[in-house]
Design a protein around this ligand. Structure first.
Ligand code: HEM
Length: 387
């Protein structure tokens, strides 16, 4: 009998064969172990993302939700509350003009890539990806320099869960509490001395007299730090992993940097770091001969929708010429990622600079240890041998 447990460490390591069986044979699957439905086909995930009245995020969107977060921040509210929060935050994003960040981001990438010149090997996350992501997010959000390593460690810890109990372990909760205390200190500082950064802008954002309340500002700041650092960092690692694994793509990009943006988009389709999110049904739904009941949880397997042959021919092939329009790497519908522009820009500039210093590399180890998360998927370490 086919079984699929989205919380299993084996799925963190390699979900793709199981995703294919799900799509072909069990497109609306009840996971006994997880106690939730799993939707795996592209078209079903897109419809669910648009139909927030049925597929609600208000009980939390992470596969293992953090306490107190449901119903209080962007990813965990439904319209109209979600629209209000998103409108206010988008307003802040617009004020923190992205173009003005491009040169500083390139400078950060160049600084971090330079010491890698001439090295026979390096560990991508510690030596490049994580340092870069944290510095970019600190610059964009306006976090005071000095705490970068701790903030990064706590953000990564927050998105993990215990693979045995499937729940957050005390150290994950402690990381979340630390992040809230940290965010609340930064918000107070920024309100006292506002700067041209996202936290200053959105903690004071106002549209037609509407402002965020204290709890919304706090949990949204915490979410932005977590989403920014973990999603961007995890994706940078996955992109490096794809380039290290697919030599033809890596060499093509190194020879012609104009291909970089397409390689990034295809990586967001083929191997996104944001694999699975959760919704809760507000009414009964009939789908593919199954009846899902109001109150049931549903896993939207974005990583599977992205490999659906019904949407993308030869979907299991990493093809940087594909131009995978409409991929689910950033989700879709009302909750589509708010950080897409800064994420795309950052990854592009980072790899422009990295490939200029280290154009050819491959994985130094055959097997990788994967992060125990069930929402996000990326290796805990990525050792690269320079060729
Ligand atoms: C390549 C990097 C990234 C990936 C792959 C990614 C992926 C995603 C995905 C799949 C969702 C949808 C979640 C759902 O359906 O419930 C999402 C939402 C979100 N992301 Fe990202 N993300 C990235 C970078 C960022 C960055 C850099 C930021 C902030 C600076 C950010 C902020 C957010 C926020 C606030 C939401 C919630 C949006 C809403 O519910 O309206 N993300 N992201």
């Amino acid at each position: 009998m086919f079984r699929f447990d989205p919380y299993s460490p084996a799925v963190d390591a390699d979900p793709f064969a199981a995703y294919k069986t799900l799509r072909d044979e069990y497109p609306c699957f009840w996971s006994e172990e997880a106690g939730m439905w799993v939707l795996s086909r592209y078209a079903d995930i897109v419809s669910a993302g648009q139909d927030w009245q049925t597929y609600s995020s208000a009980s939390g969107n992470l596969m293992t939700e953090l306490p107190g977060r449901a119903g209080a921040t962007l990813g965990t509210t439904d319209p109209p509350r979600h629209d209000r929060l998103r409108g206010l935050i988008q307003h802040a994003f617009m004020k923190r003009n992205l173009e003005s960040l491009a040169e500083p981001i390139r400078g950060i990438a160049r600084d971090i890539a330079a010491p890698l010149a001439g090295r026979p090997s390096f560990e991508f996350i510690q030596d490049f990806g994580s340092k870069f992501t944290v510095r970019v997010l600190f610059a964009a959000l306006g976090l005071p320099l000095g705490d970068e390593a701790t903030v990064r460690d706590k953000a990564v810890m927050m998105v993990q869960s215990d693979p045995v109990t499937r729940a957050k372990a005390p150290e994950h909760i402690a990381a979340y509490e630390w992040m809230q205390a940290y965010a609340s200190k930064v918000i107070a500082e920024r309100r006292a001395h506002p700067l041209n950064d996202l936290i200053s802008h959105f903690s004071m954002a106002e549209i037609d007299g509407d402002r965020l309340d204290e709890r919304e500002v706090l949990l949204t700041t915490t979410t932005l730090i977590m989403a920014g650092i973990e999603s961007l960092g995890g994706f940078m690692t996955m992109f490096a992993y794809n380039l290290a694994t697919y030599g033809d793509a890596r060499r093509a990009v190194a020879a012609n940097p104009a291909l970089l943006q397409e390689a990034i988009e295809e990586s967001l389709r083929f191997n996104t770091s944001a694999q699975r999110f959760r919704r809760r049904l507000q009414r009964d739904v009939e789908l593919h001969g199954q009846t899902m009941k109001a109150g049931d949880f549903v896993c939207l397997a974005y990583g599977s929708g992205n490999r659906d042959e019904r949407q993308y021919p030869n979907a299991e092939v990493y093809d940087i010429a594909r131009k995978p329009r409409g991929h689910l790497g950033f989700g879709g519908g009302v909750h589509a990622c708010l950080g897409t522009a800064i994420a795309r820009l950052s990854v592009k500039l980072a790899f422009d600079e990295l490939l200029a210093v280290v154009p050819d590399f491959e994985c130094a180890k055959d097997t990788l240890a994967w992060m125990p998360s069930s929402t996000f998927r990326s290796p805990l370490k990525l050792e690269l041998a320079v060729r």
